[in-house]
Design a protein around this ligand. Structure first.
Ligand SMILES: [Zn+2]
Length: 142
């Protein structure tokens, strides 16, 4: 799948168009839900309505960073609710409980306390917090 960031991996993918994103009480969009190790991505199918295909050439796309998610809940039937900057509802899920578990696990991984070191953006070596120069390549890092 294109559009992933370096180091980003897909953890769960609903496949082509089985999930409906509930945009408002009047409008749902069928599409694909993808969980990566950093975010939840919904990609709507093309030509959701004739009007929309005239107005917009691009597909509907929703990205929810895992760090912004505060809660995930199973709704009625094949329905999950994701609480982040707002409430996102997805319906028609094949395995709603499995999705919730996967999202919770991905979130837990995101929220591990950050270690006292990180990595040099130039060479990838481990660097200590507070280092000004990379001990390996010598580039300035802060
Ligand atoms: Zn370096």
């Amino acid at each position: 799948m294109s559009g992933l960031m370096p180091g980003e991996t897909v953890l769960k993918d609903s496949g082509r168009l089985p999930v409906a994103y509930v945009k408002s009480s009047f409008r749902t969009i069928n599409g694909r839900l993808i969980l990566t190790n950093t975010r939840l991505i919904f990609i709507g199918g093309r030509f959701q309505s004739i009007v929309e295909s005239f107005l917009k050439s691009h597909r509907e796309r929703v990205e929810i960073p895992l760090t912004s998610i505060t809660r995930v809940e199973k709704g009625f039937m094949a329905h999950i609710k994701v609480y982040a900057d707002k409430e996102y509802s997805f319906k028609g899920m094949k395995d709603p409980s499995g999705w919730i578990v996967a999202i919770e696990q991905a979130r837990a991984t995101q929220q591990l306390p950050s270690p006292a070191h990180s990595f040099c953006p130039y060479c990838g070596s481990s660097i200590e917090v507070g280092d000004i120069f990379c001990p390996n390549c010598g580039k300035k890092i802060s």
